[in-house]
Design a protein around this ligand. Structure first.
Ligand code: GLC
Length: 431
């Protein structure tokens, strides 16, 4: 009898789990996040999902890891949107997409976003707001192109941190030559040269840092065909097989990051996420590398392309309230801080740039705050809804030059005509 009582007691205790007994394997609400897995991103997403589940015991969050390349992610999302699929509730979306994807996304203002928007970098909030005033995504982190360099090698070869592309070239060449004596795999400068969106980001930095504009101006002019851009495209093509490996024309962010982290490059162009990973390098000590602004050309100033990701809630979700709540939770101050500490992603919540723990982990952010806030956007708003095609024209034509299939002038002529065709805009001078 006593034994039966104990069994019954144990059984009733199992039923009386906290939160009024929604068992983890029987959730009331199942949500799926389509998130990124670049660098340590996935670790953060898993952690964030865990915290959300702890606070909302009726919810089970599943993570759908999406491809690293932004173009592939976009195609994948478009398939879900076209099918009006409810399989994904919350999407991590790139900074160029809010306008194009708006019709499939919930207006977060209808779910209480006005309490949080003022905390964020306002330019990105505007970027995520449609002409009708709907906030279709909340900023999660801001990206800006940076130059990573090996401080120990600059010292070894008695060189300064380069400020111009010409200085970068020279320093990269000297270091490469010296290091190759004992390391045949060593490269001077690595970046993202594959034919994809990441190359468009690199090209924008080359062109705009030499006064050549950012492809399409606010006043709807195509600003591609000019001497400044020709000079930069020829210069970049000249790096290949010299300070950059031939394989760079196939590199995306993670390829470059791996090479730098393994100690096989003097300089790298990449986003902030590579910083904590470079600190874990087994090839060099954390104090042996630094980050600085990208170089400038003879006719311009350093430019960082604006990147970054947002969380948006799907219009097709079965649980819109929860989906919106989760998108806002993931982008709130608490989770942005975790994201910064785990994955090195720069916050859009301004207050975090004064957070001691964050500044201790990323001392360079104090100085780089301006770089993040002033990063130059790709022309996605002015060319909407055709930015994707515009970018394809840019990276395809430039890739032809990098891989020796076209000369710079011909490629720029094609690039300009293609963008004029897509947008209907006339050519003009960069401003
Ligand atoms: C980074 C940026 C994103 C950009 C992509 C290109 O993920 O945050 O905005 O489109 O790189 O590869």
């Amino acid at each position: 009898m006593k034994r039966l009582f104990i069994i019954l007691l144990a059984f009733s205790l199992i039923l009386a789990v906290p939160g009024d007994a929604v068992e983890a394997d029987d959730p009331e609400v199942e949500l799926t996040i389509a998130g990124g897995a670049v660098g340590d991103e996935m670790e953060w997403t898993e952690r964030a999902a865990e915290v959300y589940e702890e606070r909302n015991p009726e919810v089970e969050v599943t993570i759908y890891a999406t491809p690293d390349e932004t173009d592939e992610r976009r195609s994948l999302y478009l398939q879900y949107f076209e099918a009006e699929s409810d399989e994904i509730d919350v999407y991590q979306i790139d900074v160029m997409w809010p306008g194009d994807m708006a019709e499939h996304l919930l207006d977060l203002y209808e779910y209480g976003a006005e309490d949080y928007v003022d905390d964020h970098i306002q330019g990105i909030v505007e970027n995520n707001t449609t002409a009708d005033g709907e906030l279709v995504a909340m900023p999660s982190f801001v990206d800006a192109g940076l130059l990573y360099y090996r401080e120990d090698l600059l010292e070894k070869y008695d060189l300064e941190v380069p400020e111009t592309w010409a200085e970068l070239e020279e320093a990269a060449r000297i270091i490469q030559e010296g290091e190759r004596e004992h390391n045949p795999d060593f490269h001077g400068y690595i970046w993202q040269g594959n034919a994809y969106e990441g190359l468009t980001c690199n090209i924008l930095e080359w062109f705009a840092s030499n006064g050549g504009g950012n492809f399409v101006s606010h006043d709807e002019r195509v600003t591609v065909l000019n001497d400044q851009n020709r000079h930069m495209l020829e210069k970049a093509a000249g790096w290949i097989g010299d300070i950059s490996p031939a394989g760079v024309t196939g590199y995306v962010e993670e390829d470059a990051r791996g090479i730098f982290q393994n100690g096989n490059a003097a300089f790298m162009r990449n986003w902030p996420y590579a910083y904590p990973l470079a600190r874990e390098s087994e090839a060099f000590d954390p104090e042996d590398f630094g980050v600085t602004e990208l170089p400038s050309g003879p006719e311009g100033e350093s430019v960082a392309t604006l990147g970054g990701w947002q969380f948006a809630a799907s219009e097709h979700s079965e649980h819109p309230e929860y989906a919106a709540d989760l998108a806002m939770f993931l982008t709130g101050k608490e989770m942005q801080k975790e994201r910064a500490l785990i994955a090195g992603n720069a916050p859009t919540v301004l207050e975090l740039y004064e957070d001691e723990e964050i500044l201790e982990a990323y001392p360079y952010w104090e100085e780089f705050y301006d770089v993040f806030v002033n990063a130059v956007p790709r022309p996605s708003t002015v060319t909407a809804p055709n930015y994707d095609e515009v970018s394809t024209a840019i990276y395809e034509e430039a890739h032809d030059v990098l891989s020796g299939r076209k000369d710079a002038l011909t490629a720029l002529e094609y690039m300009e005509i293609r963008i004029m065709d897509i947008t209907g805009f006339p050519p003009g001078d960069p401003r």
